[in-house]
Ligand binder design. Sequence first.
Ligand SMILES: [Zn+2]
Length: 379
Amino acid sequence: DVPHFVQRNLDNHQSRNRLAIENDHITRHYGISWVLKHDWYHVLLGWNTFYSIVFLLALWTFWIIMFAVFYQTIDRSSPEKDCGLGIKGNPIEFHGAFAFSLETCTTVGYALPSGTNALFVNCPGLQLAIYLQMVWSMLFNALILAFFFARLGRCDARGTQSLFSNKAIIEEKGGKWLFHARVYDFDSAKPLIEAHVRLYTAKWNNYNRPKDRGEQPSLWQTTRVLSPSDGLGSVLYTSIPTCVTHHIDAYSPLSPPLAQKSAGVVPGHGLVLREADSDTFNRDGYCCPVCGETYASLENLKRHINYTKLYKKKDKTPIEGSHQDETIVTPELTNKFVMSEDELRESLKDKEVILVVEGMEPLVSGTFQALQSYTAEDV
Ligand SMILES: [Zn+2]
């Protein structure tokens, strides 16, 4: 059983669009305080709305109480001086200081508890405390406005309206193996803007082998999209149920490694290639090992070898090192990429195909992501 990055934890086989990844190492070495220090706003935005409102109200109330304590302390520090808070010789009580602090914070009119204009004349210390509370209050109001705007207008939940088929299909068509999954938007009357799809394959077999060699393991592998072609940005119109197709070719992370090795295609050198690009003459996918000429299709390479063999025979060119040399032009050279259904089933066992649909929500222009996952049993 392979671990699932994307869990299908919503009804109707959909996912909550959260990856099952924990940053164990980072949390242990940097601690949560590191991220709070550098990006506290987005940590706060990520909290549940209810908890964040409770937290912000608690913070607001805490500072009102703190300022109430300051006012009480200031008033008590010189009981004989009339600042208009308490009566001369009788400093303000806590509940009075709290009401004054609340009044200052919310700027609801202005009345001094012991109504004189002493505040404006006598007490610079008290004026400083009022000034600081008003600065704090202004900044806090700005924060709470920004927070509510961002939290209520956020679009990450919009992804739940992007629906994916429960099962993916693999069909063999004209000698090609195609992987299909379907995407459809629930709110199809209000089309998404610039929706597009990406595919990844998580491969668990041999995950540790590159690590043992001191190389970077590539657990997630980019998987090319044949339709809607990733060459054109794999853009989707999700208001109509749309098939997302991947060609399981000699370069696909889904195909069995043995079948990949026996195919006569050029190596990818770390790039993720598609056979379809050479099939349509956009790129040469086959190379003649004798003269170095490259060809887009296997048929063209075969024609080249057969034709060159014919006239080299007529020219009486020495066999060694020529197109007639069977140690160079081996029969495997013109092997097509072939695999059986059983090989493909075996190859899918350690894999999870992950579909990522991204789009823009038309009302507030926020971007979002929707995820779905297919393992061998979902195909
Ligand atoms: Zn040649």
